[in-house]
Design a protein around this ligand. Structure first.
Ligand SMILES: Nc1ncnc2c1ncn2[C@@H]1O[C@H](COP(=O)(O)OP(=O)(O)O)[C@@H](O)[C@H]1O
Ligand SMILES: [Mg+2]
Length: 326
């Protein structure tokens, strides 16, 4: 069965799983690719149409995509390449909660939404004088944590802040293991599904640094993570609390994939230092094989791309696409 709707995304990040699953579900598929990656994405038969473009010209494609009855799936690279303002105003129906792009663009509003949800977050300090090291210092607009630094004592903090931009967040450095928890908010099933988890494989944290480089957070890949079952009830509550806070604060429903990025300490305390309001690249760890938790909701394993395609397919069948797009 072929659906008239077309599913499109930008050729990067999680495009392979999104478009592969969309094709399998019977949709037409479009990839918007920068010239550099075009030939790579042309290899795959599940991509019906490839539109080469520069990210800063993506808005020019909107009329054509709308004409072709497109649902666009936004992801982290789309927002990063286009910039939050251009991404937010891209006039093609998004599968997802558009209003979150602006919230996520600023450290302050991002952390504020997590606090509004009642989810535990790291302490934040007004100044170096009141900070209790160890701390991590974050800059607005940093990409992938580049330039962030960790200070284990006040002297180091003061020294490094002297050479840092003015607009920084001084945050408690959480000691524990990182865990990136993936969720899927389904407006049609009216539930938030705990879907999977991953750990990032970060260059100068996980690499063979041998003391030559200071810790940095450049993501090179992702590794799968299965959590202790005893953590699942609490993590489900946090996912639901987040979706509720989005609805309360933004007046828009949480739609589709999102991720809570946490550090879990030795007392099993979960604290969330960031969220992603869209599909995260960590879901690629179960591309093609299905996430471990998807079988709890469905009778077959599903990856996140398939979960997205299923929701859009059901929405089309119920003539309710507006329930899953913004
Ligand atoms: N409060 C914290 N305590 C410990 N580690 C942290 C904390 N905040 C961030 N990190 C680490 O730094 C990385 C980058 O931080 P994050 O805020 O996610 O930056 P970005 O917005 O660039 O993704 C995280 O993936 C995590 O490993
Ligand atoms: Mg992050």
């Amino acid at each position: 069965m072929t659906y008239e709707v077309c599913i499109a995304t930008m050729a990067s990040h999680t495009a392979l799983q999104i478009l592969k699953a969309a094709k399998k579900a019977g949709f037409r598929t479009t990839a918007i690719a920068t010239p550099r990656v075009e030939s790579f994405y042309r290899r795959f038969s599940f991509i019906d149409k490839l539109i080469p473009t520069q990210p800063d010209e993506i808005d020019k494609l909107a009329p054509q995509l709308v004409e072709e009855n497109t649902v666009f799936v936004p992801h982290g690279s789309f927002v990063e390449y286009c910039g939050p303002r251009k991404a937010e105003s891209f006039e093609v129906p998004f599968f997802g909660t558009r209003g979150l792009i602006a919230v996520e663009a600023f450290q302050e509003s991002k952390m504020q939404l997590l606090r509004e949800a009642g989810i535990p977050t790291p302490e934040e300090y007004e100044s170096a004088e009141t900070a209790k090291p160890p701390v991590i210092v974050k800059f607005g607009g940093a990409k992938g944590g580049r330039g962030y630094f960790i200070a284990s004592d006040r002297k180091t903090l003061l020294e490094r802040l002297a050479n840092a931009p003015k607009n920084v967040i001084i945050q408690q450095y959480l000691v524990g293991v990182p865990a990136y928890i993936h969720y899927f908010a389904s407006p049609l099933e009216n539930r938030v599904e705990l879907f999977g988890a991953d750990i990032r494989y970060e260059s100068n944290i996980d690499g063979r640094v041998l003391g030559f480089a200071e810790p940095s957070f450049t993501v090179v890949g992702n590794r799968p993570l299965v959590l202790r079952e005893s953590l699942l009830p609490l993590l489900t509550e946090y996912g639901e609390a987040f979706a509720n806070a989005v609805e309360r604060k933004l007046g828009q429903r949480m739609i589709g994939p999102f991720c809570l990025e946490a550090i879990i300490d030795e007392e099993m305390k979960v604290r969330v230092f960031e969220f992603s309001g869209r599909i995260v690249a960590g879901t690629n760890v179960y591309m093609g094989v299905g996430s471990p938790y998807s079988v709890l909701y469905f009778d077959r394993p599903m990856d996140m791309g398939e979960r997205i395609a299923l929701e859009i397919k059901k929405a089309v069948e119920r003539n309710a696409l507006e329930m899953v797009t913004t």
